[in-house]
Design a protein around this ligand. Structure first.
Ligand code: DQQ
Length: 466
């Protein structure tokens, strides 16, 4: 499958078939473990299993055997849905949703996290509290606080509003409902909240939810006191349109790391034919800026992928004279551009393809209106792929330079702007080769303070010995 023009080479994906949400992220005994929603039968959503891989460095992976599969006739006979992992006093433990109905379950693992035993007390939570729909009660996320386990579970109120429910436990099997941590205030915030994550960041608390039917992830930042969450700010984590159901965890360096599912934007038939579907984002580090806003940056380990490097220092760019990097034809690239937008109306990158530029993708900063976008309108000659523009509000402060980091990995384009805006989208060019990226300035001149381009190597994926 590595010959597949669209299959990413350094974003995580399974050996084959379907993957969606990251699950059970944990660092244990020096290894980073990534579990994921997986249908091992085909490259389309189906009966959910938990796939599994581990890594020492967050970029190179060893595929491990499937960790969880449905037990026929059991409480998870129709699927092992999303959940998390915790270290319970040395015992690796998964908390996940068994289907159908939707119930919360526990499994304990061997010290290598390879073999899992479902707990005899399962399901440990058989239904949501009164006022919430039992048909949508899933995606437990657990953490230890002040000597007790706390958990949020995604839910739907009987009035069709998304909610995150807060529980506590002494032993991970007997759970007491405390209160809703937060509920959707308006229909615009979704009918079901999937994959809630709740964690401390600096001196604030952050709630992530992936609302149905929005198909994107919202964050709330606020205070957590007396089991109540008081949001003070909210926003979108990534407006690329492909990003969903992320999960975060804390590593031993104290970093709040995140992976998120990158959906495909090609039709079902294409996914089935190609034999794979879904990728994970790069590992991202979340933090709070001095002004209390959320920051996202790629983990520094991503730099391990860097190969040959080109640097251009201080160059004025006019509409007639873009910076052309024609010798960089790889589809595995990292570009870092620090730009003084000057009097340009738009600045950004263009990724054209051979032979006659019929396909090209743009990453643009709209200097006048304040916006970041990925223009996919002519990314692909294939009429069946999604070519919608991806855009978010993004403003530079007076005198601030644009600091753009763009990762191209065949069909994945992941964009970070000044650590505070993210757009990740999927593109499916049909022409086999790029002609090298270009830095553009439209309707006015800008100054590129520095432009660094690296060719990236593919991540190593090895299969565990049987
Ligand atoms: N995916 C899982 C659910 C979750 C949804 C099922 C979010 O647990 O709510 O594959 O993508």
């Amino acid at each position: 499958m590595t010959d597949d023009l669209h299959r990413p080479r350094y974003h995580f994906l399974p050996p084959s078939n379907w993957m969606n949400d990251p699950n059970g992220l944990i660092q244990f005994d020096g290894w980073y473990h990534l579990f994921y929603q997986h249908n091992p039968e085909q490259a389309w959503w189906g009966t959910m299993h938990w796939g599994h891989a581990r890594s020492r460095n967050l970029v190179d992976w060893e595929h491990l055997p499937i960790a969880l599969q449905p037990t026929s006739g059991g409480y998870d006979k129709n699927g092992c849905f999303s959940g998390c992992a915790v270290d319970n006093d040395g015992v690796p433990t998964l908390i996940y949703t068994g289907v159908e109905p939707q119930v919360q379950c526990v499994a304990t693992g061997t010290p290598d996290l390879v073999t899992w035993t479902k707990h005899r007390a399962n399901p440990v939570l058989a239904a949501p509290p009164k006022g919430f729909d039992p048909a949508d009660f899933r995606d437990p996320y657990v953490w230890m606080q002040d000597g007790q386990w706390l958990m949020v579970v995604g839910a739907r109120t009987l009035e069709n509003r998304g909610a995150a429910l807060l529980y506590r436990s002494e032993d991970l099997t007997r759970w007491e409902f405390l209160n809703p941590l937060l509920q959707a205030q308006t229909e615009a915030w979704g009918r079901v909240w999937e994959c809630p994550n709740f964690f401390q960041l600096g001196d604030k608390w952050v709630l992530l939810v992936s609302p149905v039917p929005l198909g994107r992830t919202i964050y709330f930042i606020g205070q957590f006191e007396g089991n109540r969450f008081l949001p003070e700010d909210m926003g979108d984590l990534d407006r690329g349109g492909s990003f969903y159901a992320p999960q975060t965890f804390l590593d031993t360096k104290g970093r709040r790391l995140l992976f998120g599912w990158l959906r495909e934007d090609r039709i079902k038939e294409e996914q089935l034919n190609s034999g794979w579907s879904g990728a994970q984002t790069l590992p991202r580090v979340l933090s709070l800026a001095d002004d209390g806003s959320l920051r996202q940056e790629p983990a520094s380990e991503v730099e391990l992928l860097r190969g040959s490097h080109r640097r251009i220092n201080r160059q004025k760019v006019t509409p007639e004279n873009p910076i052309r990097l024609t010798d960089l034809r790889s589809d595995l690239l990292e570009i870092k551009a620090v730009v003084d937008p000057g009097d340009a109306m738009m600045v950004g990158l263009r990724f054209p393809r051979m032979p006659d530029l019929e396909e090209q993708t743009f990453v643009l900063y709209d200097c006048r209106n304040g916006g970041l976008s990925i223009d996919r309108s002519v990314s692909s000659l294939d009429p069946h792929v999604n070519s919608d523009e991806c855009r978010c509000d993004f403003h530079l402060a007076e005198g601030e330079f644009l600091d753009l980091r763009v990762f191209l990995d065949r069909s994945v384009i992941e964009v970070y702007a000044n650590g505070r805006a993210c757009l990740t989208a999927r593109i499916y060019p049909t022409l086999p080769e790029g002609t090298g990226p270009e830095f553009l300035s439209m309707f006015g001149a800008s100054t590129v303070r520095s432009l660094d381009v690296w060719e990236l190597r593919p991540a190593e994926f090895v299969q565990a010995a049987p």
